[in-house]
Design a protein around this ligand. Structure first.
Ligand SMILES: *Cc1c(COP(=O)(O)O)cnc(C)c1O
Length: 370
């Protein structure tokens, strides 16, 4: 699905030199690269505070802890996403409330969101799925009306730009009270291990979060709150600092591959190609098709037999996962997600796709799903 080896070969000199510098310095934790990457990312995102941490799942958990969410508080998120979002809600003994998504963008459905709000609702977690932003203008309006926190799960859309109706532009992850991301190797900005970060423009929240990632310490060995141990190590920060200047070109390369795919499938009536919303650029963390003739599973097998990597993101809606089933959920509320899980298939998407590869992939898909 991703070709991390070719990407590494193209940046080997600078990355190897940075890693060597960390090894020579032996500042493996909290070394200078962590601060430098933090500052670079703050500048890139146009956000006041970036708090690096160990992974994207921790970032979500720490964000929720930092906002002071407590047992029984309801947190609304999308039914069609990776489980990390709902996992941390469960771990913190908050109550997850799952809502359906839009069929074209796969992002949180705003009417479903409005319907899910109760007096116990405390936060909304829009997930910017597959590389484009949820309808943040609407999410923020709902949040304002009901006095709710907004936590953007931006693990899949770092680098995407959102345009509000008044023309204001913001980077994905910087619009809510807090945003989170992951630097897992296959993400658009990936390191060579685990990594993550939290973003906020709120000075007080940033201070709280910086202590929370480090055992709740604001002064060494004085623990003011219950925290966690969640650090971005120096080697990963060095890799990320080297790769951040390339993020926009990486997103462009993904968009170019996506355009090739979309053009090649344009006349295929059994395929729905990814929609691009008017308010968000798409950074194509995934390129996800809907196969509407019922042959998705057969296509999955056929592509594997032809050595074309592909994946079903996601095969089971969160509300139907063993760990997250609940009598509160009603199948009628998840008609779109229930349909998508039978139709979606993601094709190879990364920065090093050649025209030859794209041509072979699209030909193979079109011949099978004719
Ligand atoms: C990858 C991902 C995460 C978790 O990130 P990790 O760094 O793997 O913990 C969370 N949410 C979404 C939507 C993701 O895609």
């Amino acid at each position: 699905m991703v070709d991390l080896q070719s990407q590494y070969q193209n940046i080997k000199d600078v990355v190897d030199a940075s890693i060597q510098e960390v090894l020579n310095s032996s500042a493996y934790i909290n070394g200078p690269y962590v601060k430098e990457f933090q500052a670079d990312l703050e500048k890139y995102l146009g956000v006041k505070h970036v708090i690096p941490c160990a992974n994207g799942t921790d970032a979500l958990q720490i964000a929720m802890m930092g906002l002071g969410l407590e047992q029984g508080d309801e947190v609304i998120t999308a039914d069609f996403t990776f489980a990390a979002t709902v996992e941390v809600i469960g771990l913190l003994k908050l109550t997850p409330v799952l809502v359906d998504v839009e069929p074209d963008t796969f992002n949180m459905d705003i009417e479903a969101l409005k319907k899910a709000i109760t007096p116990k609702t405390k936060a909304i977690v829009p997930v910017h799925l597959f590389g484009q932003c949820a309808n943040m203008e609407a999410v923020l309006a709902v949040a304002k009306e009901h006095n709710l926190f907004v936590i953007e799960d931006n693990a899949q859309a770092i680098g995407a730009d959102y345009t509000f109706s008044d023309g204001t532009k913001k980077k994905a992850g910087t619009m809510g009270n807090v945003g989170t991301t992951s630097f897992f190797p296959s993400k658009n900005l990936g390191c060579y291990g685990d990594g993550g970060a939290i973003f906020t423009n709120d000075d007080e929240l940033a201070h709280t979060l910086r202590g929370m990632v480090n055992h709740g310490m604001y002064k060494r060995y004085y623990h003011d709150v219950v925290g966690v141990n969640s650090r971005l190590d120096s080697v990963q920060a060095a890799v990320l600092k080297a790769k951040l200047p390339l993020l926009d070109s990486y997103c462009d390369a993904r968009r170019e591959a996506a355009m090739y795919y979309t053009e090649a499938f344009a006349t295929n009536t059994n395929i729905i190609t990814p929609a691009i919303s008017v308010f968000s650029t798409h950074v194509f963390h995934q390129y996800t098709l809907r196969i509407t003739n019922g042959k998705r599973d057969e296509l999955h097998q056929h592509l594997l037999e032809n050595n074309i990597p592909n994946a079903i993101y996601y095969p089971v809606p969160l509300h139907a996962q063993k760990a997250y089933q609940d009598d509160r959920y009603n199948e009628d509320d998840f008609t779109i997600t229930n349909q998508l899980i039978d139709e979606v298939i993601s094709l190879p998407m990364h920065t090093e796709l050649s025209e030859e590869q794209l041509s072979f992939i699209t030909k193979t898909v079109n011949e099978f799903v004719g």
